[in-house]
Design a protein around this ligand. Structure first.
Ligand SMILES: Nc1nc2c(ncn2[C@@H]2O[C@H](COP(=O)(O)OP(=O)(O)OP(=O)(O)O)[C@@H](O)[C@H]2O)c(=O)[nH]1
Ligand SMILES: [Mg+2]
Length: 354
């Protein structure tokens, strides 16, 4: 399961965003130290449509985990950006697969912003924190490698040169998520878990009536606007009243769906489905992965004994009312080998040797 760490300056609305995301039915939250964890059921109309056809005993949506970082939680006084920079913005979220940065873009008399509302400045400050964090990691490692090189241990030479290159990028204030590296170097770099390298979703947390369009984010990042406060009010309503209220307020897509859709895009994830009378289930793999990878995601035995995959697009499956012979007659079913790249929205049956 992919984990997305929510971070941001104090009082930017991190916990409000977290609560909005957690309203997904089936979500459950847990407290782990100072941070909060929440597993969210990924809303997916395709799963619901397939379940309506198959009437399975069990329907399983994909899941994604969000972590609300524990930094400076609960402090009621407005904290300045400078003071915030000293706090550990990344507590509890360092090991996540991606970050969701909440940037304050709302005025509030109840929660006055100490240094005024300036989302562009706040984002710059956050980015600077990512980069400082990574520079500290690079410098530590280079120092150690430098010592070894001086006593004649040459193994670290190549890594030292790579870190030198990374240091120059960071010093030029370039986050690593925008850079590409050769596969050997990429492997070495991955081990460092650099924060500025992880995919970044910037959420501009706006007032109820705001219509500002967020500026485009750089490479490896995406930006969306969310009215977290209003969204939280909506999710506190009974489910059947939400759509009417939503359209009254001129909100198109609900916050949870929006954030998840964009997160999938950012993380390069796609869904495939397995269907049948026992269970309709959504699975998550990376874009570009094959039927063999998909089989392995379901069970290692399926990958080991893989013969072939039967592939039907979910819309065709619905149109055929879940009747496989019909999908075959219509030419909607294809037989694919282990190297076939799975596309978002396909239903798979894996044939394998036990
Ligand atoms: N007016 C307005 N208030 C908001 C909005 N989002 C959050 N708030 C308020 O701002 C305050 C801070 O929100 P939180 O979600 O607790 O922010 P946080 O980033 O988790 O705060 P810390 O964990 O203390 O750093 C709360 O009083 C929220 O109700 C918004 O979009 N508009
Ligand atoms: Mg909070």
């Amino acid at each position: 399961m992919q984990r997305i760490g929510i971070l941001g300056l104090p009082r930017s609305g991190k916990s409000t965003v977290f609560e909005v995301l957690l309203q997904g039915a089936g979500a459950h939250a847990a407290q782990a130290g100072r941070e909060q964890l929440g597993v969210v059921r990924v809303p997916d109309e395709r799963v619901d449509r397939l379940a309506a056809i198959f009437q399975p005993k069990k329907t399983t949506h994909a899941q994604i985990e969000f972590v609300d970082s524990g930094a400076a939680r609960g402090s009621r006084e407005a904290i300045s950006v400078r003071a915030a920079a000293k706090a550990d913005l990344f507590s509890g979220v360092r090991n996540c697969d991606a970050f969701l940065a909440v940037v304050r873009d709302f005025e509030s008399d109840l929660e006055p912003a100490a240094d005024g509302v300036d989302p562009a400045r706040d984002l710059r400050n956050l980015e600077a924190e990512f980069i400082l964090n990574d520079l500290a990691i690079v410098e530590n490692r280079m120092e150690r490698l430098g010592k070894e090189l001086r006593v004649g241990k040459k193994e670290g030479e190549r890594e030292h040169a790579l870190l030198e290159q990374i240091k120059r990028l960071l010093e030029a204030e370039r986050p690593l998520r925008g850079e590409s590296f050769g596969s050997e170097d990429a492997k070495v770099i991955k081990g460092f878990q650099f924060l500025s390298q992880k995919p970044l979703l910037v959420v501009y947390n706006q007032d109820d009536g705001a219509t500002r369009v967020p500026p485009a984010a750089g490479p490896g990042a995406l930006a969306v606007a969310l009215k977290a406060h209003l969204e939280r009010e909506i999710v506190s309503l009974p489910a059947e009243e939400r759509p009417a209220f939503r359209s009254e307020m001129g909100l198109a897509e609900d916050g949870l769906s929006l954030v998840i859709r964009v997160s999938y895009e950012l993380l390069g994830l796609v869904s495939f489905f397995t269907v049948g009378p026992d269970e309709v289930k959504a699975w998550t793999i990376h874009r570009g992965e094959t039927t063999l990878d998909a089989a392995g995601a379901i069970h290692t035995d399926l990958a080991k004994g893989f013969i072939r995959a039967e592939v039907v697009h979910w819309e065709h499956m619905v149109e055929a009312a879940g009747h496989t012979p019909t999908t075959r007659e219509k030419g909607w079913l294809s037989l694919e080998g282990r190297d076939y790249v799975v596309q978002d929205g396909q239903c798979l049956v894996i044939r394998f040797n036990k």
